[in-house]
Design a protein around this ligand. Structure first.
Ligand code: NAD
Ligand code: TYD
Length: 353
């Protein structure tokens, strides 16, 4: 008999795998149900170290499949949800907006509806925690201003529009049905197990192979980077102590212009590979800018610090060293993904379409 039954969606992805690992190890008294469709971004290799834990279960399901979700809620008596499953890459959303609307909006709605049906009349000790992004707030100028929890939504990409829509549905379920919800909006994450289509793992991998580093536009866009384990710890804290119907911003107070960040990555990878400093600078290749490319994101996470005492614990210099080292030490993980080998493996194992 477990004290709680927590459904984590998207647990086979980048951030989700860190959240699953943290909760499985920290709370043996909880049953952690990892529900994931295993899209191209989902990889059970990310969870090899916890897959045999007695408080861990993996369920392969699509969050858009409402009947299946309802069945999982009932079968496992789910009393808490940490919802991370999503399509998460802006460039893909530009090419294929429908998939983003379907998964991020309708998938979230299907989870909300299942929670409402199963919890209605007994909302005590229940929580529906929705993980969102700072990208819903739009773009900031270079004037030192920050996104706060009250910044008006102004999404520009199909990805951020779909996340914004899902956030509105979550809040609507609180206001309309009293569902106990909480939403967090986090800045860019980095660290181990991130799919190598995102800037940092893509560039580490390209430097290792001597391939071009495609810098969008002039490389002047700014992002606020947070080490993924710090995000996972914030999620744990907010799941347990966050107030119902609140929003918390999560960020690193760690803004970097893309081109400056790229130079740090180049320096670090060259050093680890034993190359003379500056060797890989020649790989920098300026390419056509991303359509609708937001200029700057930066989060004010002082509410989370003042109310719940959270602060990032990993400094950027340390985080980037850990990250570069991890990707260089885990070349098989990268190679399996980039060669399509793991896609074939899971197609065979789980009949992925
Ligand atoms: P990811 O792309 O690495 O992982 C997404 C996971 O969701 C994968 O395991 C995938 O298989 C699963 N998934 C996708 N569609 C699904 C479906 N229909 N049904 C079930 N599972 C499905 O994403 P990530 O970077 O780990 O992001 C996780 C969450 O955090 C997302 O909601 C994202 O919007 C949010 N977020 C990410 C960042 C970031 O920097 N990566 C920052 C802030 C917020
Ligand atoms: P990304 O990792 O895709 O995250 P997001 O778009 O969600 O912030 O990109 C981070 C920044 O790096 C963003 O400003 C776009 C830029 N970028 C490049 O310049 N080249 C690339 O190949 C990629 C993937 C991103």
């Amino acid at each position: 008999m477990f004290k709680r039954n927590i459904l984590i969606t998207g647990g086979a992805g980048f951030i989700g795998s860190h959240v699953v690992r943290l909760l499985v190890n920290r709370y043996p008294e909880y049953r952690i149900i990892n529900l994931d469709k295993l899209t191209y971004a989902g990889n059970l290799e990310n969870l090899k170290d916890v897959e045999n834990a007695s408080n861990y279960i993996f369920v392969r399901a699509d969050i858009c499949d409402f009947e299946h979700i309802l069945e999982v809620f009932r079968k496992y008596n789910v009393d808490g949800v940490i919802h991370l499953a999503a399509e998460s890459h802006v460039d893909r959303s530009i090419r294929d907006p429908f998939t983003f609307a379907k998964t991020n909006v309708l998938g979230t709605l299907s989870l909300l509806q299942a929670a409402k049906i199963c919890w209605e009349g007994n909302y005590a000790n229940k929580k529906f925690y929705h993980i969102s992004t700072d990208e819903v707030y739009g773009a900031l100028p270079f004037d030192g201003s920050l996104f706060s929890e009250t910044t008006k939504y102004d999404p520009h990409s199909p990805y951020s529009a779909s996340k914004a829509s899902s956030d509105h549905f979550v809040r609507a379920f609180h206001d309309t049905y009293g569902l106990p919800t909480v939403v967090t909006n986090c800045s860019n994450n980095y660290g181990p197990y991130q799919f190598p289509e995102k800037l940092i793992p893509l560039f580490i991998n390209n430097i290792r192979h001597g391939r071009p580093l495609p810098v969008y536009g002039k490389g002047e866009n700014v992002r606020d980077w947070l080490y993924v384990e710090d995000h996972a710890k914030a999620i744990d804290l907010i799941f347990h102590q966050g107030k119902i119907n609140e929003t918390y911003n999560i960020g690193g107070f760690n803004e970097w212009k893309n081109i400056d960040l790229i130079r740090v990555i180049i320096r670090t990878v060259d050093r680890f590979l034993g190359n003379p400093a500056g060797t890989s600078e020649k790989l920098i290749t300026y390419v056509t800018d991303r359509a609708g490319h937001d200029l700057r994101y930066a989060i004010d996470s002082s509410k989370l610090k003042n109310e719940l005492g959270w602060e990032p614990s990993v400094q950027f210099e340390q985080g980037i060293e850990l990250t570069v080292k991890w990707y260089l030490d885990n070349q098989d993980w990268l190679d399996n993904i980039t060669s399509g080998e793991y896609e074939n493996y899971y197609r065979k194992m789980y009949g992925r379409e």
